[in-house]
Design a protein around this ligand. Sequence first.
Ligand code: 5AD
Ligand code: SF4
Length: 429
Amino acid sequence: MEKLENKFYIRTYGCQMNKYDSDIIKALLLKENFKEVSTPEEADYIFINTCAVREHAEKRAIGRLNSLKSLKKNKPETIVGVVGCMAKNHPDLIHHSVVDFLAPPDSYRNLAKWAIAKKSGYIPEDKNEQYSDIFIYPNKISSYLSITRGCNYFCSYCIVPYTRGLIRSRPPNNILEEAEELIDGGMRELTLLGQNINAYYYKGVDFPEILKRVANLKGLKRLNFLTSHPKDIPDNLFSVMAEHNNVTNYLHLPLQSGKDSILTRMNRGYTLKDYLRIIDKARHLLDDLYLSTDIIVGFPGEKEEDFEETLRAVERIRFDQSYMFAYSDRKGTLAALLKDKVDERIKKHRLRRLIEIQNSITMEKASAFKGKKMEVLIVGEAKKGGKIGKNRSGRIIIINGVAKIGSIYIVKINRINGRVPIGEIEKEV
Ligand code: 5AD
Ligand code: SF4
């Protein structure tokens, strides 16, 4: 049998928090002298970091596991670990023919040990885990930084509080230390992460305060945060955003539904009117606000006229971008117990109608940028040539011509390609 060399391959599904968790896993494994490789074939250890938020995401991860069957047959010594939310939510995965062990989100500290020992089964979790001492090394211009883990809100459709546990906030100094280290390493854009980030609280420091402290770090050119909840937007959040030039005017604020009775059944804790009031305030205080949202169609009990209310809300609010989903039953959540489920075909039809309306709004809003001038931070290389940049609202802008990654330029938008503004550099800032 070949000697194991601790080469690992990791594949990540799901949200930004999962991507950040994969960076934590990498940092933990590198500390134990593991080496990352870019294909499963080269690896001694394969980790699939999974998402359980919708059935579709689960199916993709299971498809990935199935595709490893022949590899495992040819190289039976390869260890396969399912990590992330499905490891918590689907303990039955331990019986999958390629799977050796399961590692839920708060168990990663023991991942290396467990993998090396070739133990099977389920790595125990630590409910208080924050990975505060594990700093990630993304070696990029942009990075995520998680400031809370877990969620207490129990929206009735959502599996997250069950897979990721209740909210824990990291100490402010610890967040600042990691942010400084990332900036020293060359990072210029930072996105603070939390399932419900406005609920951040640590010994008198609330979310606007930690935002302020991070924004004041020298060398940080853009600061974003995700995800806000309409139930607990702090009074001073938008003024703090407006006061700090490097905080982007970007708000991701899931609406989920435009119908109050559905919002109540979702256990969201706000009405459409509350939501509209928040948006008015944000648009008043923040220039060129880039507003994105999440919407679920076909929640149990959603009638045609309820769905129409969601369409009307979308037309009224005019989001720059929406992440739109058909409701997916999650075993163990309260919504899964509701009786009046919407037929799959109707859900798909509603989703198509919503996407069509949102797409035309997205296009219209993007096309309004033609001829405008704006400050753009260059964050990477564009696939088809040129550079990827982000403006002061976090909007993606493609730049033609020569530009340095990490620098800010004044850019004039001269055309729109689909929904993406394309611009040319006027001068460096
Ligand atoms: N079905 C469909 N969409 C869901 N989301 C969360 N749970 C479900 C579910 N059971 C969506 C919500 C949330 C986003 C991350 O995923 O819109 O904001
Ligand atoms: Fe899920 Fe609601 Fe928590 Fe978001 S706020 S993670 S939708 S329970």
